[in-house]
Write a protein that binds this ligand. Sequence first.
Ligand SMILES: NC(=O)c1ccc[n+]([C@@H]2O[C@H](COP(=O)([O-])OP(=O)(O)OC[C@H]3O[C@@H](n4cnc5c(N)ncnc54)[C@H](OP(=O)(O)O)[C@@H]3O)[C@@H](O)[C@H]2O)c1
Length: 269
Amino acid sequence: MSKVSTSKLGTAVITGASSGIGKVYADRLATRGYDLLLVARRADRLQAIAHDLQSLHSVHVEYLVADLASPTGLSETIRKITAEPSITLLVNNAGTVFFGPLETTSQTTLTTMVALNVTALTALTMAVLTTFQKRNSGMIINIGSVGGFNGLSILAVYGGTKAYVLNFTQALQKQLSGTGIRVQLVTPAATATEIWDTSGFPISNVDPATVMSTEDCVDASLQGLDAGELITAPALEDEGVLRSFEAASEALFNATQTGQAASRYGLTR
Ligand SMILES: NC(=O)c1ccc[n+]([C@@H]2O[C@H](COP(=O)([O-])OP(=O)(O)OC[C@H]3O[C@@H](n4cnc5c(N)ncnc54)[C@H](OP(=O)(O)O)[C@@H]3O)[C@@H](O)[C@H]2O)c1
């Protein structure tokens, strides 16, 4: 960044800030007083958002035009993040989705989904973690999806990438427990954004009653962050379902630590 952050809260990096959920995060974090580094591919959008936020709030807003699914764009972003000690918050939000049976997913779509939803999210987390660990403080918000909780038939790859985000974030939360570094997983359900336009499944196919606004999604997620939630599912009314899921996941893993084939397989060795 050309200018050192002037905010007491430091700088929040938001990937995928040119539209949808990321754009609302940019607005809300600027309102809270963070300086911002916005990352996405569409320069015109980023420029307009940076200009608007800087005029509305007394914060410094920079943007970086980068394709995070490409090794070059990712490396450039990592270089920028690593060189900036004022970064205190990373919102790993950029993501892409394709709905459809696996055989209709092109090689390019597959590669991009994994590169953006998995590789970039992981590499950017590693990039900020080094700085955060040196000063024992910082926050990471990973945007997963309810699609990561369940293997939906038309979301084999996307659901898989978001299941990765769930497992990756939970592992990191355990590793960093007791430190000053916080990691939150946000799992939106259907949210009204542009992501649906290129997904192969227009949002008009979805019952409007099940679609949340981007503003509600982000505002609920930030409330969850303030409340210290590790996993925030903005659309989930009964938190008990999430607690049962976490408990069942832990119990399932523990129950497999036997070293023996289960008796139902009838092995007699
Ligand atoms: N909307 C939903 O129903 C829903 C539900 C669950 C989870 N989510 C998750 O929410 C996150 C945000 O998505 P959204 O719904 O807000 O969709 P969106 O409006 O399409 O936003 C996606 C953002 O990611 C950026 N992006 C896409 N490809 C990129 C690339 N290769 N390099 C850098 N930036 C890239 C886009 O900007 P550029 O095109 O300018 O690069 C855009 O800013 C995603 O991780 C998505 O999986 C969404």
